[in-house]
Design a protein around this ligand. Structure first.
Ligand SMILES: CC(=O)N[C@H]1[C@@H](OP(=O)(O)OP(=O)(O)OC[C@H]2O[C@@H](n3ccc(=O)[nH]c3=O)[C@H](O)[C@@H]2O)O[C@H](CO)[C@@H](O)[C@@H]1O[C@H](C)C(=O)N[C@@H](C)C(=O)N[C@H](CCC(=O)O)C(=O)O
Ligand SMILES: Nc1ncnc2c1ncn2[C@@H]1O[C@H](COP(=O)(O)OP(=O)(O)OP(=O)(O)O)[C@@H](O)[C@H]1O
Length: 570
């Protein structure tokens, strides 16, 4: 369960247990060698340097180098005097930030660089690698609109079964060996990422698997990191509030697959609703590239189930079985076949599993026999049966009750499609889909009516509620979503299909309504919140875990439900 730590406590949990101070001149040389030469504007460069680094005044500790970056709302250097009082030994900033450093106490070192976001990664890397310049862990990165969390969980599960000690940095949690910390961002800031690398070295982690959001590339949170293998899942509409256009969003993701950042990419060619993004990503990459064709799993507009003959890897022989699927991963150049299975619902989880397997296979060609043995297990066993919190998490069977993190148009199509597929596979022709969802405030508003439209096209009962409204009026967000729902419901009505539409808030009331309407044949799908345990209403956190609320509602209505930990039916 996610606990909310203060920024300071969380930052402290990310840091290595011990770090020696790095002499200023060693730090300056490290910056110079990375093309980030710094001007020493105040203080000398001969003394004891920093033992840590932070880019937020709320997480600064004694001995830190504080990084003042220009932000959307303020310049971080505004906090220079405050952080020096807190014990920071120096400030790294840009020309604009230097103005706030003029009156700092004697002895404080001020370093000025041209672009502070480019310099922060190399600086953090040098501080946490220390004078001995320690190496490791081996890094694997994942990017794409959907599937990063699930694929990274599959990847770590597979590596663990192969005997590796793993680390994980992602949306749900951060794990270094046996230590776990709840995460707030998908990809933390560069200061924290390099601290985590130091922590993982101390925890003797062999491979760290990291989700890389487009924000992380745009804000250069990954500067100073190098990936052995990086994977691309898919691209579809999301985050247009930050990127402005799909082209910019694509370019941000493409930044991960440049030779100076990554040795080898595994790129899913046909992973999203439009296959052209995967092909373009393979062309835009300047590192070594291997491609994956999903064939029968692909869901883009022109998908006909056939695999791309030019792809290095192909998914073939897809067979639904129990909750998951069997499939064969074929290495097309050699004809080598790897039978495998997933235990989670949804064909998209075959895409996630195939990508995870390809990344490990590409990273260790000498180990194919051993990897093949670990992959070839019955459905419900092995690395790809690992439940991922809040991703198609089954809470009940009669009615089927599922909590999923789908929070963009393509994610919703995939989740709704897999619900329908599961009913079809079970021979259930009576059941309806009841969906409860909302949209996030302060983020890409253009996806709201689209999500509404998809809900009304795929579900029989649509209940629009709140997600994380952040600073926006929740009623306005619901109205945006409902616009898409009502238009699509009207079109469905003309085709003779009736869609019930409800607006219901707060979210627990909407969940209660969904369960009260459900028959044992129906499926209740709560979308958008997944593993989250609270909602943000303009800075006020309201505790809510969809999985708990759904279990409680099922219980109140006399329906059976599955417990979280053991999944034993009550
Ligand atoms: C929209 C966005 O991404 N904003 C990022 C941006 O904030 P900003 O430009 O608004 O910063 P600002 O408030 O002007 O402050 C400027 C500087 O002053 C510092 N500051 C500010 C206030 C203070 O009291 N003390 C202090 O030191 C800030 O840490 C910052 O370094 O720069 C900050 C510092 O680098 C980031 O922490 C911050 O991420 C915020 C926390 C955030 O919520 N980001 C989300 C949207 C995000 O990154 N999401 C992605 C994708 C998730 C997904 O795939 O769905 C993720 O990787 O999680
Ligand atoms: N390969 C995929 N293709 C399309 N949709 C997917 C895929 N994998 C998962 N999804 C859908 O997207 C949702 C989010 O999945 P997941 O958390 O793995 O993705 P993510 O990329 O980490 O998302 P975020 O960055 O927003 O945390 C799932 O709950 C599911 O509905």
């Amino acid at each position: 369960m996610t606990t909310h730590l203060s920024p300071a406590d969380q930052d402290a949990a990310f840091r290595p247990k011990r770090t020696a101070a790095l002499p200023w001149d060693t730090l300056l040389r490290a910056l110079e060698s990375q093309g980030q030469g710094a001007l020493v504007a105040r203080g000398g460069s001969s003394g004891t340097g920093p033992s840590g680094i932070s880019m937020d005044s709320r997480t600064v500790r004694a001995g830190d180098l504080y990084v003042g970056v220009p932000g959307a709302r303020r310049h971080g250097a505004e906090f220079a005097a405050q952080v020096v009082e807190q014990g920071a030994v120096g400030v790294l900033t840009d020309e604009a930030g230097a103005a706030w450093c003029a009156d700092l106490p004697e002895g404080t070192v001020v370093l000025i660089v041209r672009d502070v976001r480019d310099a922060v990664g190399p600086a953090a890397g040098a501080i946490y690698r220390g004078v001995e310049d320690a190496a490791g862990p081996r890094l694997m990165g994942l990017t794409g609109t959907n599937g990063k969390t699930t694929t990274s969980c599959f990847l770590t599960a597979l590596l663990r079964e192969l005997g590796e000690r793993t680390g994980l940095i992602g949306t749900i949690e951060i794990r270094a060996g046996e230590r776990t910390v709840p995460s707030t961002l998908t990809t933390p800031e560069a200061t924290q990422l390099h601290a985590l690398m130091g922590l993982m070295r101390q925890e003797q982690v062999d491979t760290a698997v990291m989700e890389v959001s487009s924000h992380a590339v745009s804000y250069r949170r990954i500067s100073g990191l190098h990936y052995r293998v990086a994977g691309f899942t898919n691209l579809s509409q999301d985050h247009l509030d930050l990127h402005g256009s799909m082209e910019d969003y694509f370019q941000a993701k493409a930044g991960l697959f440049q030779a100076e950042r990554t040795d080898r990419a595994v790129i899913t060619l046909d992973g999203g609703p439009e296959a052209s993004w995967g092909r373009r990503m393979a062309q835009a990459a300047t590192c070594e590239v291997s491609t994956l064709s999903l064939g029968p799993v692909a869901e883009h507009d022109s998908a006909d189930g056939s695999v791309d003959p030019g792809a290095d890897w192909a998914v073939q022989e897809l067979m639904p079985e129990a909750l998951g699927h069997r499939f064969t991963l074929v290495h097309q150049p050699t004809g080598r076949r790897f039978p495998a299975s997933t235990g989670l619902p949804g064909r998209f989880n075959v895409a996630n599993a195939a990508l995870a397997a390809c990344m490990v296979l590409e990273g260790a060609p000498q180990d194919w026999d051993r990897i093949g043995q670990v992959l070839d297990v019955p459905v419900g066993r092995g690395p790809f049966a690992t439940a991922v919190p809040g991703r198609m998490e089954v809470v009940g069977h009669s009615p089927a009750a599922i909590v999923d993190f789908a929070h963009n148009p393509d994610g919703m199509v995939r989740a709704l499609d897999s619900v329908r597929e599961a009913r079809r596979a079970a021979g259930n022709t009576e059941g309806r889909t009841i969906i409860v969802f909302g949209a996030t405030g302060d983020r890409d508003a253009t996806k709201r009516p689209l999500m509404g439209q998809i809900a009304a096209e795929w579900a029989d009962v649509v209940i629009v509620t709140d997600d994380d409204p952040h600073s926006e009026d929740p009623g306005v967000i619901r109205a945006d979503v409902l616009e898409g729902v009502r238009a699509a419901a009207a079109r469905a009505g003309q085709d003779g299909r009736s869609v019930q539409v409800h607006e219901s808030a707060p979210r627990p009331t909407a969940i209660e309504l969904a369960v009260s309407l459900a028959t044992p044949q129906d499926t209740v799908l709560l979308a958008g919140r997944g593993h989250e345990t609270s909602q943000d209403f303009n800075g006020t956190r309201v505790e809510l875990d969809d999985r708990v609320a759904l279990r409680e509602a099922l219980h109140r209505h006399g329906h059976p439900f599955l417990t979280g930990s053991s999944s034993a039916e009550r």
